[in-house]
Design a protein around this ligand. Structure first.
Ligand code: SAM
Length: 308
């Protein structure tokens, strides 16, 4: 295959090289800005999952004036290191960590960003359901850190996979942003389920308290759910239903349930077809289970599996 064949097959790949972008994804952010004007009035911006840096390059070229050393602050975060870009402060870190949020805010001297963008993608496994799920989790992590670092009325732009559970993500985003739009830039391949959410006018619920503790990831998770209040805690109504004079499922009853009713044993309606304990029952019934050998410490048998 010739050196130029990819240039023929992928015009954005070719143009990215010609225009000096580190990746073809630069065009996606440029096209999002063309339609939504997301850079208007922006002085503080965060690029989450930024490496190798083409989105940071776009932010630098559009928002940072190298000659005048403008007061625009651009912070780029990624797990991986990336080569320097004029006017971009780099932070090698994980967007799921509260310490990363704190560091970003300290670069802004305690203030919050006007715009947060995220083109994050996990390493794909090739298993579509898993890839979609992990991408959704990364988007939620990006939304979560955004609630720590974005100012009210600010904007959030992020990559999303339009998979089968995407409406759940839309409703989660709508809790924080009244305007959520899905945008598919021309430079994003039609064959890909990738698109971008453009979320405008950040307006969290008034009593929302940003919190990055994650019970699934953090083994020292220490949020007391029972002490959360307002929109931070969802209470679902609990209703005990049924006739209180009915049988109590925790109680032991005599075999004769009512006087004079008697008792007849009935077989279970359908026994399990091939239960995993079937072999063990057979071995036990026929005295074939291996016995602990006296020669071993603690009475442990060398062969802990069943006899053939
Ligand atoms: N927007 C970038 C550009 O234009 O050059 C491309 C981003 S690349 C598609 C996705 C990036 O997400 C990778 O560099 C990866 O390291 C980063 N990433 C994935 N999970 C992350 C996490 N938890 N924290 C920070 N970065 C993450």
């Amino acid at each position: 295959m010739g050196r130029s064949s990819k240039d023929k097959r992928d015009v954005y790949y070719r143009l990215a090289k010609e225009e000096g972008w580190r990746a073809r994804s630069a065009f996606k952010l440029l096209q999002i800005n063309n339609d939504f004007d997301i850079f208007k009035g922006v002085k503080k911006v965060v690029d989450l999952c930024a490496a190798p840096g083409s989105w940071s390059q776009v932010l630098s070229r559009k928002l940072y004036d190298q000659e005048k050393k403008s007061d625009t602050k651009i912070v780029a975060v990624d797990l991986q290191a990336m080569a320097p870009i004029p006017g971009v402060i780099q932070l090698q870190g994980d967007i799921t960590k509260k310490s990363t949020a704190d560091e970003i805010v300290s670069y802004f001297e305690g203030e919050h960003a006007d715009l947060v963008v995220c083109d994050g993608a996990p390493d794909v496994t090739g298993l579509h359901d898993i890839d979609e799920y992990i991408q959704a989790q990364l988007l939620l992590a990006a939304l979560n850190i955004t609630t720590h670092i974005l100012k009210p009325s600010g904007s959030f732009v992020a990559k999303i996979f339009r998979g089968k559970d995407v409406t759940l993500l839309y409703s989660q985003l709508k809790i924080f942003f009244p305007m959520v739009t899905i945008f598919k830039p021309r430079s994003s391949r039609n064959s890909s389920i990738e698109a971008f959410v453009v979320c405008e006018n950040y307006s969290p619920p008034t009593d929302y308290v940003p919190n990055m503790s994650n019970p699934l990831l953090d083994h020292h998770y220490n949020v007391d759910f029972n002490n959360l209040e307002g929109s931070n805690r969802i209470c679902v109504p609990f209703m005990a239903c049924g006739d209180l004079s009915g049988f109590d499922s925790d109680k032991t009853y005599p075999l004769e349930l009512g006087t004079g009713q008697g008792y007849t044993y009935c077989q279970p309606t359908q026994s399990p077809i091939n239960p995993p304990y079937k072999e063990a029952c057979y071995l036990k019934r026929n005295d074939l289970l291996s016995k602990p050998s006296n020669t071993q410490k603690g009475g442990q048998s060398e062969d802990s599996t069943c006899k053939e």
